[in-house]
Design a protein around this ligand. Structure first.
Ligand SMILES: [Zn+2]
Length: 306
């Protein structure tokens, strides 16, 4: 890999990761990401000096604490900067010095931001999802999505082959957005009927429209299926963990018999789960990342199995 591109990816990733931390903190709170220019400590509200705002290094040197009030600063700040740099490097390693790299940098940046805002606040800000949807559609004009429309529609449009391939790519992007959004909208409606609570909100619908506009129909379907499997595994293991923990507590503190403790703990784990709102955007976002790195290989392997 070109050492210049590698270095540029890491430096840009660290800088944009630092900006992404600002977005993750401010966007769900309805604050502007550009104004004020300087970040402030969430605890003492003192502005953070530029030399304390160097990606990764500052957090390590200050040992994750504010210089002024010593309040702990979440390791999420460090994690986001490292992850953004790593993903940027992975994209340029896979796609080289092309527009595709720029497209997947954009997608990685947006997905990372959305995964963390959903995990922390259960919100998926429109400023990320809808802006992302627009960007995905625009990128399709320059980086071919190469999906269903490009493969199955007749290419004999009455325009030059360059324009017609751009139009097919645009169609694939719009189709991906439509399929992603309606899938989640439909699943949300079924879920609401079945469980009586809202499992997926409009945030998830817009998130999936954005992912679809970048990835096209096939990888969108892959993302949704992979996310449902990952979400189910997470849900089942959460229930089991709570069950085991509460059984132990009932035996130790209330001196119930193991049989009674198990039954009671099972009941209370179920009640907890019924009121638990799963951040489904976290699963959609992370599976979309898997999709753009490994989805094509996975689909090829899957078709060969059939
Ligand atoms: Zn402080």
């Amino acid at each position: 890999m070109d050492p210049f591109l590698a270095t540029a990816s890491v430096v840009l990733g660290l800088a944009l990761g630092s900006f992404l931390n600002v977005c993750i903190y401010r966007l769900p709170r309805g604050m502007s990401v550009l104004n004020p220019r300087w970040s402030a400590c969430p605890n003492c509200k003192q502005p953070i000096a530029f030399y304390d705002n160097v990606p990764v290094l500052s957090w390590l040197l200050l040992r994750g604490r504010c210089r002024k009030c010593k309040a702990p600063i979440s390791p999420r700040y460090l994690l986001i900067e490292v992850l953004t740099a790593a993903l940027f490097l992975a994209c340029s390693w896979q796609f080289g010095m092309t527009l595709a790299t720029l497209k997947y940098w954009t997608l990685a940046f947006l997905l990372l931001g959305l995964i963390f805002t959903d995990a922390e606040t259960k919100l998926l800000p429109d400023k990320m999802t809808l802006t992302g949807l627009g960007l995905g559609i625009v990128f399709s004009l320059f980086v071919p999505v190469n999906d269903l429309a490009a493969q199955f529609l007749p290419v004999s449009l009455p325009v030059s082959s360059d324009i017609s391939s751009r139009l097919l790519s645009l169609a694939d992007s719009l189709l991906g957005a439509a399929v992603g959004a309606s899938f989640i909208y439909g699943a949300g409606a079924i879920y609401l009927r079945a469980r009586g609570i809202e499992g997926m909100g409009f945030g998830d619908v817009k998130l999936m429209a954005m992912i679809g506009s970048f990835l096209g129909v096939k990888l969108t379907v892959f993302t949704i299926f992979a996310a449902s499997i990952a979400g189910s595994i997470f849900g089942v293991s959460t229930i089991l963990m709570v069950w085991v923990k509460r059984t132990r507590r009932f035996v130790e503190r209330r001196h119930l018999t193991l049989h009674d403790a198990r039954q009671r703990a099972w009941h209370s784990a179920q009640t907890m789960y019924r009121h638990y709102e799963m951040p489904f955007g976290v699963f959609l976002g992370s599976m979309a990342m898997l999709a753009f790195f490994f989805g094509k290989q996975f689909l090829d392997w899957y078709w060969r199995l059939l």
